[in-house]
Design a protein around this ligand. Structure first.
Ligand code: AMP
Ligand code: TRP
Length: 324
């Protein structure tokens, strides 16, 4: 059976970009494959942070994931820092990773340009990511488009390690993308991202969502309600495609092209479609928040399961390498 692994940084609550780009696939895949999902706190410490804040964001991410449908009874959900094999294999992989490949990573270039001092941990971020996946010998990695480059590097690292020791031990992972592999922010300018402040939170109240949707950028050709639009270039239409039933999507497109509706009408319908999916998620999140011990138990069980698989893989790899 194919194994699935994916990770997400403990950035607090999920936003609809993470949700549509990756987490919805996690929820699907956990029913079909043996799945490992990790909140990657060792990745999160590669930029400056406050310990108390990291703790809160980690908890909020766990709540968001389980509320969104990641079910600890169907998959292995755990905190990366609870399974020390991740950092141990990352060290091993550092010894086969070309520096030039690390320096070429787009996310490294973006993030390092925003930091006052450059840390080796930020450069080596994708090496830890490769180790995360390799420990579980996963072939499928459900992620958004921004992670494709990291996965290419992960394949390269695994290939180099296998070649160096003349074995086919680690598995080359492949990205598994959703139809909405890249959600734009509501400013329509860049991808939806916490650091850009252009997100819709998965747990936002309807009134908050509406305050964000109302001024959101649409097709710039629609200055007046009577100006016809092109749905395919409109970010709101793309979000409709992710949340609204096919008949509604069709109707929305037709009303946009014929200038039957104004953009506000279209956004109201979107709000309703979003609420149908997000309302129950918000309710589950509130329940989970009220029972923190259940979540802690689930994460501890997850860490035990993950550690069992990870330590077996690491033990074999070390033996192949002539280590203890
Ligand atoms: P991160 O919050 O950066 O840890 O991302 C978690 C997951 O969400 C990764 O698989 C990303 O590729 C995905 N993701 C993040 N932002 C977006 C976005 N705007 N559109 C689609 N997927 C995204
Ligand atoms: N780098 C990923 C992100 O920012 C998170 C991540 C860490 C990950 N390890 C992973 C994703 C392993 C998939 C597989 O979204």
């Amino acid at each position: 059976m194919a194994r699935v692994f994916s990770g997400i940084q403990p950035s607090g609550e999920l936003h609809i970009g993470n949700y549509l780009g990756a987490i919805r696939n996690w929820v699907e895949l956990q029913h079909k494959y043996e799945s490992f999902f990790s909140i990657v706190d060792y990745h999160a410490i590669t930029v400056s942070y406050e310990p108390a804040d990291l703790r809160r964001r980690t908890r909020d991410m766990a709540i968001s994931l389980v509320a969104a449908g990641v079910d600890p009874a169907r998959c292995t959900l755990f905190l990366q820092s609870a399974v020390s094999e991740h950092t141990e294999l990352a060290w091993i992989f550092n010894t086969v990773t070309p520096l030039g490949e690390l320096e070429r990573q787009t996310q490294y270039k973006d993030k390092s340009s925003r930091q006052e001092s450059l840390l080796a941990g930020l450069l080596n971020y994708p090496v830890l990511q490769a180790a995360d996946i390799a420990l579980y010998k996963s072939d499928l990695v459900p992620v958004g488009e921004d992670q494709v480059q990291h996965l290419e590097l992960a394949r390269e690292i695994v290939r180099r390690w296998n070649t160096k020791f003349s074995v086919e031990f680690f598995v080359e992972p492949k990205p598994f993308l959703t139809p909405t592999r890249r959600i734009m922010g509501l400013d329509g300018r860049a991808k939806m991202s916490k650091s850009l402040g252009n997100t819709v939170g998965l747990l936002d109240e309807p009134s908050v969502i509406w305050e964000k949707l109302r001024p959101a950028v649409t097709d710039p050709a629609r200055v007046r309600k009577t100006d016809p639009g092109t749905p395919e270039i409109c970010n709101i239409y793309h979000i409709h495609q992710a949340f609204s039933p096919p008949e509604t999507v069709e109707h929305v497109a037709q009303q946009c092209r014929s200038a039957g509706w104004g953009c506000i009408d279209c956004k109201r319908v979107l709000q309703d479609s979003m609420e149908a999916e997000l309302g129950p998620i918000r309710a589950r999140a509130a329940e989970l928040r009220a029972t923190p011990e259940l979540l802690d138990d689930a994460l501890s069980t997850g860490a035990v399961n993950a550690k069992r698989v990870a330590s077996a893989t690491l033990g074999e790899a070390k033996q192949i390498m002539g280590l203890r």
